[in-house]
Ligand binder design. Structure first.
Ligand SMILES: Nc1nc2c(c(=O)[nH]1)N[C@H]1C(S)=C(S)[C@@H](COP(=O)(O)O)O[C@H]1N2
Ligand SMILES: [Mo]
Length: 424
């Protein structure tokens, strides 16, 4: 198994990041250097440093900038899922190189020097229109008080494939296993500080950040740029405008130069490459809180559930599907559990397909908004196939059920996953 490259080595050095931006500036002056060409150069640089000469399998002009070695990622169209076996030994925070990517279209390579965040709408005092916005530059944002917070970003569809494989339900969307999650130490300005400086009106109810990536086209129809309203109460609570991820500038794929970070909520709330925020005195709607990211199905009202907010409870083993274990030897099996409703303070594990359970040893002080690492020791006696199961209980009292209530788009899977292994 490859060991992740140390943080900071992914894009070689600051020098190369600067140089890339200079090249991009050159492109803007139409000197013949195309974005595709720059990305090819970037990928070549990264391949030579991060992977010790191993050539990238990733096309540099594809939807994702970073390298996607198949030992670390499962390619899923414009997205890349982290392999859980690659997280073994990575510590509490997911290295940026290993962090899953969920792109509606493709990673835009932006320049912090000409990046602006525009705030506009009926929820600002004096109601500046879109033509008279309040603007913040990258340095303005970095000059505000900085907050550091450890939090997961997890796709609402993480675990979706288990609706089909464990429950025989038909659902639409990317067939993630459990690797559409990562935990990072995010650093940035408080959204509340930015909103107050922009002149928040007492009538504001919703804020809607919007990405600078391309329009999202679904079923032949353009839905515009990725955007999703956030109630003002959440926006003023613990939301960050993050410019650092695990002590480095945000990588391109994760929102450089600035992304929204909404702790404990479904990943779609954490808009990457944020370019503007509408602040509204009226409730806002977008496809991402109407058509998508609601629960539809027989267990839900005709118009669907309320828009999704907090993540559900899940557990995963740091093992490949079908991992092998030597019989009559003692093994230590590791995993992690998390919840959007509170900290995970108890995990029970079964190594015999669910017949017997025992509590796992916890390796983290349970904290809300992030996962708790755990382990159990296991000495299998007879060779053969079995299933490992882990069931988390969070401090809000939620325990993972045996089956998840299905919804047509396969969001918020929360049931105990049966992880196949073989004893040899
Ligand atoms: N602008 C923009 N923001 C976005 C997305 C996107 O495609 N465009 N994808 C969202 C979704 S669905 C998820 S799960 C997270 C994924 O964040 P990551 O790619 O940094 O892991 O970003 C969210 N923010
Ligand atoms: Mo997502």
């Amino acid at each position: 198994m490859p060991s992740p490259t140390p943080a900071g080595h992914r894009y070689e050095t600051d020098y190369d990041r600067r140089r890339l931006r200079q090249w991009l500036a050159g492109e803007a002056r139409a000197d013949g250097v195309t974005r595709r060409r720059l990305l090819t150069l970037l990928a070549a640089t990264a391949a030579g440093t991060a992977l010790g000469g191993t050539r990238s399998v990733h096309a540099a002009d594809g939807p994702i900038v970073k390298l996607l070695p198949p030992e670390w990622f499962i390619a899923r169209g414009t997205n890349a899922e982290t392999r859980w076996e690659a997280l073994r030994g990575t510590g509490h925070h997911t290295p940026n190189e290993l962090f899953f990517v969920r792109n509606h279209t493709a990673t835009p390579v932006l320049d912090a020097d000409d990046w602006r965040l525009r705030l506009w709408g009926s929820g600002l005092r004096g109601s500046p229109g879109e033509d008279r916005p309040v603007e913040f530059g990258y340095d303005d944002l970095r000059a505000l008080p900085a907050v550091t917070r450890t939090a997961f970003v997890e796709c609402a569809g993480n675990g979706r494939s288990y609706y089909t494989t464990q429950q025989s339900e038909t659902v639409t969307g990317t067939a993630w296993t459990l690797g559409a999650i990562g935990v990072a130490r995010w650093r940035g300005a408080r959204l509340s500080d930015v909103l107050r400086r922009a002149g928040l009106s007492p009538y504001a109810v919703d804020v809607q950040p919007r990405g600078l990536d391309a329009d999202y086209v679904s079923g032949g129809e353009s839905l515009g740029r990725v955007r999703r309203p956030l109630p003002l109460a959440k926006a003023l609570d613990d939301v960050l405008l993050a410019y650092e991820m695990n002590g480095e500038p945000l990588p391109y794929d994760h929102g450089y130069p600035v992304r929204v970070l909404v702790p404990s909520w479904v990943g779609i709330a954490s808009i990457k490459w944020v370019g503007d925020i509408e602040v509204s005195a009226q409730p806002l709607y977008s496809p991402w809180n109407t058509t998508f990211y609601r629960l539809y199905g027989s267990a839900y009202p005709e118009g669907g559930s309320a828009p999704l907010t907090r993540q559900t409870t899940k557990s995963a083993f740091e093992l490949a599907s079908g991992a092998t274990f030597a019989a009559r030897r003692r093994h230590v099996v590791h995993g992690r559990s998390w919840s959007g409703a509170g900290a995970v303070a108890r995990v029970d594990v079964s190594t015999d397909g669910g017949a017997n359970w025992r509590p796992a040893r916890l390796h983290d002080r349970p904290r809300a908004g992030t996962w708790t690492r755990w382990s159990v020791s296991w000495q299998p006696d007879a060779p053969g196939a079995t299933q490992l199961l882990a069931r988390a209980t969070d401090t809000a009292g939620r325990t993972q059920p045996d089956a998840a209530v299905p919804n047509t788009q396969g969001y918020l899977f929360d049931a105990v996953v049966r992880h196949p292994v073989s004893v040899v």
